[in-house]
Write a protein that binds this ligand. Sequence first.
Ligand code: ATP
Ligand code: MG
Length: 443
Amino acid sequence: MNMNLPADVQNIISILESNGHEAYAVGGCVRDCILGKNPHDWDITTSALPEQVKALFKRTFDTGIEHGTVTVLMHGVGYEVTTYRVDGKYEDGRHPKEVTFTASLEEDLKRRDFTINAMAYNDTKGLVDLFGGEADLEAGIIRAVGNPIERFTEDALRMLRALRFSAQLGFEIEADTYQAVCDLAQTLERISAERIQVEMVKLVTSEHPERIRQVYETGLTKIFFPEFDAMMQCDQVNKHHMYSVGEHTIVSMGLVAPEKVLRLAMMLHDIAKPVCKTTDDNGQNHFKMHPVKGADMARTVLRRLKFDNDTTDRVCNLVKNHDDRPEINERNVRRMIIRVGQENFQDLLAVKRADLLAQSMYHREEKLAYVDELEQVFNSIIAAGDCLRIKDLKINGKDLIEMGVPQGQRIGEVLKAIFDEVVDNPQLNDRQILLDMAKNMIK
Ligand code: ATP
Ligand code: MG
């Protein structure tokens, strides 16, 4: 097998080899190459010690020197070069007490999580595949290296990684590996929110976001996202729906583009349905106020998983507005754009379409037509350049001050009142008209 390593990777390996060391491309990049995908980064594993690596290359920096990782910079790209290592005893189910360097590639490959991630390659030795990784790639199987119970006991995050790789690759998890996840799910509680977030984002933005169902079925969501379990266990019994809240959520996730904010918004849009559920005299369920309550609950989940503020705000905004359906006219849609934010409106349209396509066929055509019309009116408002922000007004605070309005709160109040008029009547956004309007207001 020839893998066509990029010139820089080839170069790093050659330099290490000609100085008496072993070196291979390893892990994700080897896996992706065999799959015919373009690796997003290249990791190199070597028998050379970190100090020896640093001595051989002009530009390096210490990224994880205590774990044996040195980043070698070539043509502006960083390559992580890591010394062969064995992980010491894992005492807390999270990280090894210490790492020890080793001269054996086999030892280094053994500590890796899955067979498909435990292959190494260089041009001299070809593919080093000690655990049947290539066959598992071929068959589409995620299998722990060695005994899955032991491997997940060492590092509980590997359980979520198994599901993440199955979602990214569309692979099945081998039976013993899957059973071990079910048996040890509770131990995920030892893992930090940050590490869980990384794997969940990769899972939900993958080609198979529906694999979140297995995160639930194995018992993992219960540990960091019990609200999802509640959704899976919440029947809708309502003519608009044909699935449980959880199944509706899963279907809807697959109906938006694989972007973080959109996928998270779908994952969380109905999070409050279980707590907002009421049943009427006809046995139909209703979920009054679930978007507003849902935005609060979504924030709690995203904070728990340590998401950044921008992501959290954008997702919660979509959750809060996902079911807004004002009567469509220009005035209402302008108000809606202002409420949601012009920059979020396309996302909201995508959320609305995914939501209704994951519902029953009841009134589907009408619901789709509504969103289409909303989009048309949005587009025409944007094309017309209507005023949608106070700073789009043809007058500003300086004009008011010149008119004799004292500086301070009053300025903002007058501008806001003028803005409200202009939002309802965009043709008023003319400098002379607004100056006259302001004069009347401050009289
Ligand atoms: P991605 O394409 O998402 O980067 P990857 O396979 O490169 O996938 P990384 O998390 O970047 O995944 O890890 C690089 C390699 O390090 C893996 O392929 C695997 O061999 C090893 N590895 C990473 N995390 C663990 C872990 N928790 N336990 C054991 N081995 C791991
Ligand atoms: Mg990687």
